[in-house]
Ligand binder design. Sequence first.
Ligand code: NDP
Length: 603
Amino acid sequence: MAVQLTPSEREELREKYNAERDKRIRSDGNEQYQQPSGRFSNLLDDPYVQPADRDAIHDDVTVLIVGAGFAGLVTGARLKQAGITDIRLIDKAGDVGGVWYWNRYPGAMCDTAAMIYLPLLEETGTIPSAKYVPAPEIHAHAKRIATTFNLYEGALFSTGITSLDWDADASRYIVRTDRGDVIRARHLAMGTGPLHRAKLPGIPGLQSFKGHAFHTSRWDYEYTGGDPSGALMSNLSDKRVGIIGTGATSVQCVPHLSRAAKELFVFQRTPSAIDERNNHAIDPEWFSELKSGWQREWMMNFTTLQTMGFTDEDLVKDGWTDISLRIRDRVIEKVQAGEEFGPDTLLAAYEESDDEKMTEIRARVDSIVRDPQAAAGLKPWYRQLCKRPCFHDEYLQSYNNPGTHLIDTEGRGVERIDETGVWVNGVHYELDCLIIASGFEVGTSYSRRNGYDVAGRDGQLLSEYWSEGMHTLHGIHVHGFPNMYILGAAQAANLISNIPQNYVENSVAIAAVIAEAERTGAMAVEVTKDAEDAWIELISGVQRGLRGNSDCTPGYYNNEGKPMGRKEQLNSSGHPGGPIAFFEHLEAWRTSGEFEGLQFSRS
Ligand code: NDP
């Protein structure tokens, strides 16, 4: 039975939310975070493999894909399906997998259901073990895609790009790497994603800590014991461990730390909203009865419902679709009661259902956490979509463990760190080990995140061209950067709840464009300025959902609470009709065979 709130209770909530947000607004926004340096400079290294010695490569390929995460892998697979076989993947990591290569912290898993999150399940003949699967299974799936589509052939791992320059005379990108390679690529696909460069919290004294310390994206099992599959971290049994950050990562690893550490101190600035997980195994017999083409149907079903559309059935049925269906059904109720359909009705429906949902989430904290002070601290006072919604059945329960302590900084963050521990509210917490769960650079510039730039026609740098915000057609093609394809979500479907679907759909169009260029002998494919401008005009100013909402508590969903200028809006915009409208648009654009807006040049 859903909670019902009176108008005055809603008003009280508004005031409480505003007060909690105001506590957290900082003038430095994104600038509060530090880049990996000093004792944390190893955060840029790969602890999992010793790079093999190899000779520098000098060759020529049809397609070079930067990044071997799901974006690069799915694009590689689509290219193979389109008959393009001469492909080279490059990644700094020692294997494929992207974020699922780097993040091996205990408890890591994906909050989006495996049936729709794991791309190319049908093509690889894979049955997920459960509704939500753990990171090692996701990493294994990435490897399976690479094997199935023969993408290991020609792949270069432990290899960082140092420069990418368009050579107009040769109609090729000249790709240089930190292994001395110079590779000429006819086409360049950029699958570099936003979640690979760790950021550090801007806490005075962080570098001075003399105990053991690491970021969650480089978990040190040698120190903790245990392994990525969740085996007990027995080396922590006599240790006082601290973790800074309570986002999606921390929520997943805290239960493991709570079980293993002698004492665990969770330093919290803002609590996550934790809804129930309800995971269950997938029955192989049920799975075997799914009809060919089921995965696209499931993905489309999820995305339709997740963006408040209509389907006969909710196939995935999870916390994501629940959020949207509540809002959609509330809109229907209002319209049936005589209200006019429009932005005001939508907003009111959103606010009412969110107030109820968040009241339930706070009540869930009270029903699980026995210590009233900890329970009070763990309650989130903001709208569910202000931050990444979390789903977990063991996180809140961890605080019932007598060795696990919530250290609530009440929005201020950790005060300072010294050689032996962490200070909060004038109290010193002595620690043997400090784990940093402060996330990744999402809102910073492309060249800062990647450490290199792309030079297009006439040497123009991508970071310069985008200095006032992204400019693309479909989030893929960039004027002045022939034969380059961006693999992402922004300025396209902008589907955040199931990132791989962006790649699954966009890569079909990218493969079709490259196949067309190869078929017609085109040396260069470039979007015209007019087509790019028209696309920017179409998507400009469209802010779907709550991302960017300045009423929200700060986080990377809303530019850390700073007003979103045109640049930030462009970087997070999508098709005005939403993801499904974008996917339909892209399919029609591709299948028409006209590739409207692109110029294919033969010389
Ligand atoms: P986040 O950026 O989401 O969280 C960082 C945490 O560090 C926040 O709790 C933040 O507090 C806290 N923090 C930052 N500075 C300080 C400080 N000075 N003092 C105290 N606390 C501080 O990073 P995550 O690694 O948790 O997640 C990154 C993203 O990765 C997720 O949003 C999600 O997209 C993805 N992910 C998805 C998972 C899934 O599917 N389940 C699992 C893990 C990650 P504050 O909130 O106040 O800023």
